[in-house]
Design a protein around this ligand. Structure first.
Ligand SMILES: Cc1cc2nc3c(=O)[nH]c(=O)nc-3n(C[C@H](O)[C@H](O)[C@H](O)COP(=O)(O)O)c2cc1C
Length: 227
């Protein structure tokens, strides 16, 4: 992750820089793992495609949100969605794909400050929080979009659990993120390292939580540009 992104995110949130491990680097220039054209054709056709995502809207009440709650949500027709959830639903609708939400057995705190500290502790200890469910029919899919918010310049730990509990071998894996300034934050490379037998798409999608009103057109352009 470029230093500028890190500074921007922390300037915006007021979070402390102390104790933050440097994680990852820019995603540009990562080679494909191979077979990308065929895999992407299948993905963009929407056939046998799954959109899996982790997202944590800090409230479900569209009225009277505080700043942290507003930062973590996008309201559509009065319904509160997490930012990543919203992007996942856009991809799902565009492709006619299936959708799967990554959820932990233990509910995560909805107070930003508490969540922030728990997420940091989990990251530092390499935690693998238990998930409520795994994809029951993974063999039905050739392509899996995987979406997550950037937490502490990295994927949330439940997404690590998700990656490690499934075998994505032979499938196209297409990451997407929402963020507060850190963009992809090196996470595409981490996924490519972990899923060496998959085609991990380097042209991942990322959008700032401040640009959610542009998400629909940006998702459409991104999907159109993938093949
Ligand atoms: C615990 C926590 C840590 C975060 N760390 C970062 C970060 O390092 N860089 C960044 O750009 N945004 C960071 N954010 C902001 C989220 O990535 C951003 O708000 C995202 O859109 C939330 O997605 P969601 O609504 O789908 O959960 C963090 C948010 C939380 C809750």
């Amino acid at each position: 992750m470029p230093d500028t992104s890190r500074r921007k995110f922390f300037a915006l949130t007021g979070l402390a820089l102390a104790g933050v491990a440097a994680a990852g680097c820019s995603s540009s220039g990562m080679p494909w793992s191979g077979g990308e054209d065929v895999a992407l054709d299948r993905a963009v056709d929407g056939a046998r495609t799954l959109v899996a995502y982790f997202s944590l809207p800090l409230t479900d009440d569209p009225n009277g949100m505080n700043e942290d709650e507003a930062n973590s949500t996008h309201v559509v027709d009065g319904q509160v969605l997490g930012n990543t959830q919203f992007v996942a639903q856009l991809i799902q609708a565009r492709l006619g794909a299936d959708i799967f939400r990554i959820e932990t057995v233990e509910p995560l705190p909805l107070d930003f400050g508490v969540l922030e500290q728990q997420a940091l502790r989990e990251q530092e200890s390499g935690a693998r929080p238990e998930l409520k469910a795994l994809i029951p029919n993974l063999a039905d899919y050739d392509a899996v979009f995987i979406g997550y918010p950037i937490y502490w310049y990295d994927m949330p730990m439940p997404v690590y659990t998700f990656l490690e509990k499934h075998d994505f071998g032979g499938k196209a894996v297409i990451p997407f993120t929402t963020h507060g300034g850190s963009r992809l934050s090196g996470t595409v490379e981490i996924i490519a390292d972990k899923l060496a037998n998959s085609t991990v798409v380097s042209d991942a999608f990322t959008i700032s939580r401040d640009d959610m009103n542009d998400a629909e057109s940006e998702v459409r352009s991104w999907l159109a540009g993938m093949v």
